[in-house]
Design a protein around this ligand. Structure first.
Ligand SMILES: C[S@@+](CC[C@H](N)C(=O)[O-])C[C@H]1O[C@@H](n2cnc3c(N)ncnc32)[C@H](O)[C@@H]1O
Length: 257
């Protein structure tokens, strides 16, 4: 309960210590651009994106730089992280709107019009949320997504090296651990994630483990990384009459980076 109460404070202190130097820019533009392009019906179509749990903007700024037809909402519950986003030289209010929001508590519709977003990115964020509150965060996101809109998800997978390294004293619950700085991390199985999204009203399109080997120079080790990369859609509007749900047909993008 203490860690849950202090989650926002602990992430804010993380950004006080690390400023913008901790995470590398995530090159969505090269890795996932196809996926974002596939969400468009025509090439110059303006896309509205929400980066939920944006940190200092490592995901959004490469994207804003390369894709001129994109408007990005970016939120995080750490006030410091949001300030760093706003201070980035690439931040222009006509292209980006950053605001503070706890995805599990604050209604996103206070800052983002209901049903207005084409794509939501959830990149290494849901793992930081207590499993009991993940569904609340997804329901919140669903409100601002257009029917037929997509959530692009990437996060820690079950048995990732980061999980195996935790000592048993750091274990908070099934697949849920606390780091020394008080921030927490959940490790997802495909089945858990699919059920979670489906219970929040989404339909699963892609849900695959991504296996990587990375060299940990400090420890002189080659370690096995396991990530889960997934794509879920918010079903299109209910059709009256037949009582059946009608889903927008999904356009397949790249599954792996
Ligand atoms: C590992 S960082 C990822 C940041 C960014 N998505 C990226 O890819 O660089 C996780 C972020 O989630 C934010 N976060 C965790 N729980 C949150 C919540 N309940 N509401 C909003 N943001 C949250 C943290 O403050 C942190 O900035």
């Amino acid at each position: 309960m203490k860690l849950e109460k202090e989650a926002k404070k602990n992430w804010d202190l993380f950004y006080k210590r690390n400023t913008t130097n901790f995470f590398k820019d995530r090159h969505w533009t090269t890795r996932e651009f196809e996926e974002l392009r596939a969400c468009r019906e025509f090439e110059d179509q303006k896309l509205v994106l929400l980066e939920a749990g944006c940190g200092v903007g490592n995901c959004i700024f490469p994207l804003i730089e390369e894709d001129l037809h994109i408007f990005v909402y970016a939120c995080d519950f750490s006030p410091r992280a949001v300030e760093f986003v706003k201070k980035n030289p690439l931040y222009h209010p006509e292209r980006c709107c950053a605001f503070q929001c706890d995805l599990t508590k604050d209604n996103l519709t206070e800052n983002v019009p209901e049903g207005s977003v084409d794509v939501v990115t959830l990149i290494f964020v849901l793992s930081a949320v207590h499993p009991d509150k993940m569904k609340l965060a997804l329901e919140n996101i669903s409100k601002v997504l257009k029917p037929g809109g997509v959530v692009l998800f990437r996060d820690y997978g079950l048995y990732d090296h980061a999980m195996l390294r935790f000592k048993s004293a750091s274990k908070l619950g099934d697949n849920f651990y606390v780091r020394q700085d008080g921030t927490r991390s959940y490790f997802f199985s495909k089945e858990f994630l699919a059920k979670l999204f489906e219970e929040a009203g989404f339909q699963s399109v892609v849900n695959e483990y991504v296996l990587r080997e990375t060299v940990n120079k400090k420890e002189g080790l080659c370690v096995a990384r396991v990530f889960l990369q997934s794509k879920f859609i918010k079903p299109a509007n209910l059709q009256t009459g037949s009582g059946l749900l009608s889903y927008k047909s999904s356009k397949e993008g790249k599954q792996e980076d």
